[in-house]
Design a protein around this ligand. Structure first.
Ligand code: PMT
Length: 432
């Protein structure tokens, strides 16, 4: 057994739901529980029926100091903490060892046992440490499942290479418990957006024409809601100004519902000057009806002409504030994506713009997206992925650019102070 130990507080306070699936490596999950707790994590164990054939629930109960959860219909465990509560409780789901069967079931979205149900019901990031026969790991079906789960944001830890239970050697071994804990610890630590406030707009706006009709667009709100969740995960206080969408509010996010572009502008502008970062992911309607008819418009057999007015540009207004937050815009384009997005970056005086091509299962009302992230220093492509996985990558880039901008403005302020004190000295005055 390895003598390496994690720093005692490397996972301090992290609530880890450990899913143990069937396989000979299940015995190593016992050491994993011990090491997670040594590193400061609170651990609750979910055993699949196959895992319970290798190690008893009592072993995990003794090691974790908590009741072990094994089935959807386990009355004692449900009384201690119902499975939906458990899904909310978890800040990180770790599945170790994860068998080929478990990986396939997760990729297919099954919810017929406790572990798969929890994975669907929880918003916690999922880490998977596979352990299986080397040919099962190499099989095209397993590799396709792994690739799919990665696009949804799952983090794969291992497998390691080496001697297996059978007299064979290759990739498929469970990563050593101390290495699994070290990988989690490297992603835990202080959150870069702790103490920062992030304001995000999401979804469409609806512009009423008469009491029953409106002009809207196909935005589902998913991209902006995913950005809100990713910002909370990075420690930010997040306010989400949401157009009319039917999405649950990510945990920890303060949500304000609005309908029209002008409602959205009011809600955003009331908060923008006190936030650190503004992300405009909403598809704000560019036009509104000049007048909203008091009664339902009637057909008359003749063409109906609607007179439209341009809506205020919320993003440009936020970027014009003094002082202003770090401003990130989106650009949804059907053609000339990069050129149009660059023009918006300049015209609206943004710090960063996330350009997305509309259509082919991406962008509006899709579960996946693909982004070309453009700043004045260059451009980077974030490959097609599930919107939450993409939002997590996007937030990491935003944090990096935000920190750089802060450092630059600190240097600029420092230079101004030096210039001012030099001027004051020349004038024979003492600097204040
Ligand atoms: O909601 P989903 O279904 O998940 O889809 C996501 C998305 C495609 C809507 C999102 O990724 C996106 O691209 N949002 C911006 C869509 C858009 O309206 O782009 P635009 O090119 O028209 O506007 C450019 C930027 O200006 C945007 O940041 C927009 O929020 C902002 N804007 C536009 C008009 C206006 N009056 N006020 C604004 O603030």
């Amino acid at each position: 057994m390895s003598q390496q130990h994690e720093a005692p507080n490397a996972l301090a306070g992290l609530r880890v739901l450990l899913g143990v699936t069937g396989g000979i490596a299940a015995y190593k999950a016992c050491e994993l529980v011990r090491r997670l707790r040594e590193a400061g994590a609170e651990v609750r164990v979910v055993l699949t029926a196959n895992a319970a054939r290798f190690v008893t629930p009592l072993t995990f109960q003794s090691l974790s100091g908590q009741p072990v959860h094994s089935g959807l219909w386990d009355e004692a465990a449900e009384a201690a903490m119902g499975h939906l509560q458990l899904a909310h409780w978890a800040q990180r789901i770790l599945i170790a060892p994860a068998s080929a069967n478990a990986i396939a079931r997760l990729a297919s979205g099954f919810a017929d046992d406790l572990l798969t149900t929890l994975c669907l019901a929880s918003e916690a990031p999922v880490a998977i440490a596979p352990a299986m026969n080397l040919r099962m790991w190499g099989h095209a079906a397993t590799q396709a499942n792994v690739a799919l789960l990665r696009t949804r944001g799952a983090l794969f830890l291992g497998p390691a290479e080496g001697r297996m239970a059978e007299p064979e050697s290759g990739p498929g071994r469970l990563l050593e418990p101390h290495r699994i804990v070290a990988e989690l610890a490297s992603r835990h630590g202080p959150k870069p957006l702790h103490g920062k406030s992030v304001l995000i707009s999401a979804g469409p706006t609806f512009e009423d024409i008469d009491p029953v009709r409106f002009i809207g667009n196909r935005s589902s709100g998913r991209m902006g809601f995913a950005a809100a969740q990713a910002a909370v995960e990075q420690g930010a206080q997040v306010q989400l100004i949401a157009g009319p969408v039917h999405l649950p509010t990510p945990m920890g996010v303060v949500r304000v519902d609005v309908r029209s572009a002008r409602d959205m502008r009011e809600a955003v502008m009331a908060r923008a000057s006190t936030c650190d970062i503004y992300i405009g992911a909403a598809a704000v309607g560019d036009f509104r009806a000049h007048e909203i008819a008091a009664h339902k418009l009637k057909k008359s057999g003749a063409a109906l002409t609607l007179s439209l007015h341009e809506n205020p540009d919320i993003l440009a207004a936020v970027a014009a504030l003094k002082p202003r937050p770090f401003v990130v815009g989106f650009a949804a384009e059907t053609q000339n994506v990069e050129a149009y997005a660059r023009a918006k970056l300049e015209r609206k005086k943004l710090d960063l713009i996330a350009a997305n091509q509309v259509g082919e299962g991406r962008g509006f009302d899709a579960c996946e997206n693909e982004i070309l992230l453009i700043s004045r220093d260059g451009a980077e492509r974030l490959a097609r992925a599930d919107k939450l996985a993409l939002a997590r990558q996007l937030l990491l880039r935003i944090i990096e650019k935000f920190e750089m901008a802060k450092a630059r403005s600190g240097v600029a302020k420092g230079k101004a102070v030096v210039r001012r004190s030099a001027t004051v000295k020349r004038a024979g005055k003492r600097p204040r």
